[in-house]
Ligand binder design. Structure first.
Ligand code: PTJ
Length: 253
């Protein structure tokens, strides 16, 4: 990995990019993943690159929903695998979720590479590809009969596409992680976490550690009081407000 000086003002962003570049080189991350990351970065910039209150609200509701679920699954693609492997493992342990590889740019070799990569972190990973999600044409239809196929809650990080709609049609609750509050997936999900996954997953681990002993009633209250449309509107409002503030700073003497 390229050596990035810690004093660089864009250190975190550069290290994150390097992880993805290494992921592409090793065949874990799709080259298209770099483009997807660029889109995410642009939204992160105009959100001030921090976890905002609306994201925290969504992260808390997401953890509560996963703790209430009978069969929660964390779906992992090539970007998620290299950005937050340790946190994925820990979150799955805390909320008792299965981890399943589900990719858009599919080949058996690539799925195998992602599986080997995650297993190095001590994860048990589902990737049998022995079932299909009816109604979906992309490779994301290929699922594991012990995982997404029978899940009641699916955590879907970093994708803007058609799967969320189909998962919902199959009666599942969907939690999305997407810095773009305007994306198709962001707008279709039950809970949308508009935050960078490199901040969202560690935060969710913290929240899961806090909530895991809680009574179901208390968790249910969090889920019931959550309103995703309001959270998305708050995200848009935050972007507008942040841009206005920056504009004023630029114009002030
Ligand atoms: O590994 P594969 O084959 O499944 O492919 C993965 C990618 C990411 C290439 C694929 O899912 C894809 O093309 O994604 P999209 O449709 O570009 O959507 C990715 C979404 O994730 C965009 O809306 C980005 O804003 C968002 N995003 C990118 N990086 C981050 C992010 N959201 C949160 N944190 C990030 N670090």
């Amino acid at each position: 990995m390229e050596k990035i000086p810690k004093s660089h003002p864009r250190y975190t962003s550069l290290v994150t990019r390097e992880k993805l570049v290494e992921g592409v080189k090793s065949g874990v991350t799709a080259i298209q993943g770099l483009i997807a990351h660029g889109r995410g970065e642009a939204f992160d910039y105009i959100l001030g690159e921090k976890t905002r209150d609306f994201a925290l609200k969504a992260e808390r509701a997401a953890v509560a929903l996963m703790l209430l679920a009978k069969h929660p699954v964390i779906s992992v693609n090539g970007n998620t695998a290299v950005l937050v492997p340790e946190e994925t493992k820990r979150l799955a342990e805390l909320v008792n979720a299965k981890i399943e590889i589900n990719v858009f740019h599919h080949s058996s070799e690539r799925v195998e590479k992602i599986k080997n990569y995650l297993e190095k972190y001590g994860m048990e990973v589902l990737a049998a590809g022995d079932a299909e999600l009816e109604g979906l044409e992309s490779a994301r239809r290929i699922v594991d009969s012990r995982g997404i196929l029978v899940a009641d809650v699916v955590l879907v990080p970093l994708e803007d596409g058609d799967r969320c709609e189909i998962l919902k049609r199959h009666g599942k609750k969907v939690i999305a992680v997407d810095l773009n509050p305007l994306s198709r997936t962001a707008r279709m999900a039950d809970i949308t976490i508009v935050d960078n996954i490199i901040r969202a997953f560690p935060k969710m681990v913290e929240i899961a550690e806090e909530m895991r002993g809680w009574e179901k009633k208390r968790l249910r209250e969090i889920v019931e009081n959550y309103n995703n449309s309001e959270v998305l509107a708050e995200a848009v409002e935050e972007i507008v407000g942040y841009l206005k503030k920056v504009k004023e700073e630029m114009l002030s003497p």
